[in-house]
Structure formats: C-alpha cells, structure tokens
Write a protein that binds this ligand. Structure first.
Ligand SMILES: Cc1ncc(C[n+]2csc(CCOP(=O)(O)OP(=O)(O)O)c2C)c(N)n1
Length: 352
C-alpha cells in the first residue's frame, strides 16, 4: 500500500508535481532566451521588409515553443553520423537554437554579399548550413519531404544513431512529396529513421485547413502504417513540445523507423509580407511561457525584461553592421549557378 502523505509532504506536493519544474529553471530560461531572440529577429526582418531594407518576408513567429526545443534536441554536426535537417521558411528558431547567428538572417534579408546561406541571392529564412547538416531550404513547399528520403536512406544504411528530421506545413501535406515520404519511410525492405514533423497553423496562405482536409488530424496518416507512431500536440506549449520531441527523437534513434508528429501552432504575423505581416490575435507562446514561469516562481518580470533588452540591443547592432556591408558585386552574378562553373554555351547576355 502507498505511504500516506504527511502534512508536510502534502503541502509541498502541488508545486513539486508541476511537470514544468522537471525541465529546470536553467533550461527554461535558455529556451526563453532563444525564443525571444527568434521573435525579435523575425520582427526586425518584418520591419526591414516594410521599410525598403529588403524585399519579401516569410518566417515563423508563433512557432518558437516547438522550434527551439527541436533545435536543442538535435544531434548537431556534419555528416551522416549527425542528424540531418530538412527545414522550411518558418524554421528560424530551429537554426538559432542550433547556434546560427541572427546577423546572417538579416544579411539574407538585405541581400548583401556576406549572406552565408545564399550570398544575397535567395530570400529570407532560406538557410543552408553545411556544418549543422541543414540542407538548403527550398521556396517550393513540401519538396523537403522528398529530399529527406535521401538522407534517411543514407542513415538507415550507415552504422549510426543519427536521424533525419523533416519539417513543413499543413497545406503542403496535400502534395505528393509528403506522401512519398510516408511510403518510403515505411518500406518494409528498408524503414527510414525520419522524424516527420508537420506544423499545422490552420492555413495555407489564406485558405483554411478545415475547408480542404477531410482527415481529422494530419497525424492520422500514421494509422495507415502500423509501425509508425503518430501524434498531435499543442506546439504553443514548451513542456508539451519538449516532451513529445524527446519521445519522438528517442523512438526514431533507437528503432531506426519513422515517427509522424503534428504540431498545432500559432501564425502570429500571418502568411508573409504579401499578406501584410501584421500581428494576429492568436495565442503567444512566449507570453504563455513567461506567465507559467512567473506563476511557478521560477523567474520574475525583471528577469524577462533583461533578456528582451539584451536581445533587442544585439539585433540593433547586427542590423547596423549589415547596413554597412556591400551588396554582391555585379561580376559575381554567374557564380554558383552550376557546380562546375558556367558552360561556355550558357547565354549570359541579352534576351532569348
Ligand atoms: C510547390 C509550391 N506550390 C505552391 C507554392 C506557394 N505557396 C507558398 S507558401 C504556401 C502555403 C503553404 O502552407 P503550409 O504548407 O500550411 O505551410 P505554412 O506556410 O502555413 O507554414 C503556398 C501554397 C509554393 N511555394 N510551392
């Protein structure tokens, strides 16, 4: 029989039982700092797009409570023995949690030559980070689910515990690439160690998901494949995200088989600058985390303010630095178009 609680232990029980406390104050503060960094970066990128300091913005404010824990749980490094990441344009908080610097996103936004992801050629939040196995983000939605099959096969064949992570949106799951990924990942001849993530913000640009999808949950696709777990979580909650990711990462790492994770999250500035990029009244995961930590006595408003102020100052300084950096030189325009250099027959002048 279980021991009867004493007056002392039962008085302490409610606070100690709160699962948020199990993550620990230091980790929660680290997660909070990265969430704030990602939010302030995105807000600066939006401001740049509206102020003529860039052309187009698309990004992930609202997804920080899931994306930061995702980045922190990656086995980070280069090559087949480290996790591969096939991300999309809303994944800024993932790469910041991996250690990417906000200044590089600001460089890509302004299209300066120092942009390490595309040398000023691609639009913002299209990362390519070889040292972290972040494969180039593609502006065509959902194609990352097809490319993830490739690194999944390499890791299924290698003697490694590393896995592939792919992340995209709900609307894109209507496309064939998503279903190719499900089929290839579940092939009995060679199951693939892929953590298949779909962030469901309820919209594809301005089309509501519930008008287009007959399936109740996107994670229900897992029911077709008896070996693949599927789960839907509230991605606005840090603890729920952290715990679900721990379970999913460890399942895929250990079993060398896929896992489908659907993450419900807010889209706090709408689709992109094309739809105005104005603040939308949806749940704000940073406010939620701050309120939870305050309520549990893990931090105070003044602690959060310090973080917001320090991160804002760092973004200001980075932006100022980028404004002094050069745009790509005209003569570099044909560089990196082909891996082996431009063929002599390639038309570089005039019309067709
Ligand atoms: C192959 C392709 N089709 C259409 C588009 C235009 N497009 C850009 S974003 C987007 C909506 C994507 O919605 P979802 O997959 O839910 O991701 P979210 O942007 O909501 O994160 C569409 C249709 C595109 N970029 N690529």
């Amino acid at each position: 029989m279980a021991a009867m609680p004493t007056a002392k232990s039962s008085a302490k029980a409610p606070a100690a039982a709160d699962p948020y406390k199990k993550l620990g104050t230091a980790k929660l503060l680290k997660i909070h700092e990265l969430m704030v960094r990602a939010r302030l970066l995105e807000e600066r990128l939006i401001k740049m797009s509206k102020g003529g300091d860039g052309f187009f913005w698309i990004g992930g404010p609202g997804e920080e409570a899931f994306n930061v824990p995702l980045g922190l749980q990656v086995k980070k490094g280069h090559g087949v023995n480290f996790d591969f990441l096939h991300l999309h344009y809303r994944s800024a908080a993932v790469v910041l949690a991996l250690g990417a610097k906000p200044i590089d996103a600001i460089r890509q936004m302004r299209s300066v030559g120092t942009d390490p992801y595309s040398k000023g050629r691609n639009f913002v939040n299209h990362y390519a980070i070889p040292e972290f196995n972040v494969v180039p983000v593609s502006p065509t939605i959902e194609t990352q689910y097809s490319t993830s099959i490739g690194t999944g096969i390499a890791q299924a064949r290698a003697k490694t515990d590393a896995i592939t992570v792919v992340n995209g949106g709900d609307a894109g799951t209507a496309e064939g690439d998503f279903h190719s990924c499900l089929v290839w990942a579940n092939r009995p001849a060679l199951p693939l160690p892929i953590l298949i993530v779909v962030v469901n913000n309820g919209y594809g640009i301005s089309t509501e998901m519930r008008t287009q999808h007959g399936e109740k949950n996107i994670s229900d696709w897992a029911k077709v494949f008896p070996d693949m777990p599927g789960k839907t979580i509230n991605g606005n909650d840090v603890l729920e995200s952290w715990t679900a990711l721990e379970e999913a990462f460890s399942y895929v790492r250990r079993n060398r088989k896929p896992y489908l994770l659907e993450v419900k999250a807010s889209r706090l500035y709408g689709h992109s600058s094309s739809s105005g990029a104005n603040r939308i009244p949806e749940a704000d995961c940073i406010e939620m985390l701050e309120s939870k930590m305050t309520q549990l006595g893990l931090a105070k408003a003044a602690d959060f303010k310090k973080t917001w102020d320090a991160e804002a100052a760092a973004i200001d300084a980075a932006h100022k630095q980028v404004q002094a950096e050069p745009f790509p030189a005209v003569e570099t325009v044909w560089e990196d178009v082909f891996a082996d250099g431009l063929p002599p027959s390639y038309p570089t002048k005039g019309g067709s």
